[in-house]
Ligand binder design. Sequence first.
Ligand SMILES: NC(=O)c1ccc[n+]([C@@H]2O[C@H](COP(=O)([O-])OP(=O)(O)OC[C@H]3O[C@@H](n4cnc5c(N)ncnc54)[C@H](OP(=O)(O)O)[C@@H]3O)[C@@H](O)[C@H]2O)c1
Length: 253
Amino acid sequence: MNIIVITGASSGIGVEFALQLDNVFQNIDEIWMIARRKKEMLEIAQHLEHTTRVLDMDVTKEEQIERLKKLLADEKPVIRMLVNCAGYGILGDFSASNIHEELGMIEVNCKALTQMTHLCLPYMKKNSRIIQLASSAAFLPQPNFAVYAATKAYVYSFSRALNQELRHKKIYVTAVCPGPVDTPFFDIAEKTGSSLAVKKLTLVRADQVVEKAIEDSYYKRERSVYGKWIKSFEILAKMIPHGILLKGMRFLK
Ligand SMILES: NC(=O)c1ccc[n+]([C@@H]2O[C@H](COP(=O)([O-])OP(=O)(O)OC[C@H]3O[C@@H](n4cnc5c(N)ncnc54)[C@H](OP(=O)(O)O)[C@@H]3O)[C@@H](O)[C@H]2O)c1
């Protein structure tokens, strides 16, 4: 049985991956959707052509990961693609933040993503793909989004290194690095702080980011960066010393 596994499949970018991959892949038997909100995933599943399995689970809970581990061991599918979208960000001053929410970002964005990848890899074969949701926040430290940006720098670095490690198995990893995307992400992110005005100006649609990510993954590209603003930001972050950029960001607040 050939399957696609998508985490964060109840909302935003994860839903868009489910919808687009449903059209793109021919030789897939099932799409496995993972998130905590079952009702939302069941609604999306109704719009998909492929057989869908809705797995309501919290990716940070060890016993729920064990449930998935057992399911994989029982069914022994071939995972043709893993898309790790589960994640969240909280804006605001770190010293005034809720430490549980800050640590939660590390749990979901880094630990769970790493664990999911490790769990799925034994079921992947030649030409399987892994798509990891990093962010353009990986390119430069982000004051007032400090922990989130650090988690995404982790995802970016981990994905690029893993892509090299897996070359001999012909399994390809793509780190997706979007700037602001119009999803419910900001409902959570802006609970405790507001985004930079420049972020709102560069907002793009999820379907554009996902279409580019699927194309980049198909062509075995290590990174997927959508849009001229974010491509320019990436170049800037490579060319200009970060100390100067960080000083400049103080004035954009
Ligand atoms: N939107 C942006 O501007 C943007 C930009 C760059 C990168 N990204 C990244 O893209 C990814 C998707 O974000 P999005 O914009 O689609 O946000 P979103 O609409 O808020 O979706 C986040 C998804 O993560 C899932 N999730 C969160 N915590 C989870 C947990 N403990 N266990 C299982 N699932 C969990 C949520 O499902 P449940 O709540 O149902 O569990 C939801 O499906 C994230 O990694 C985010 O950091 C987003």
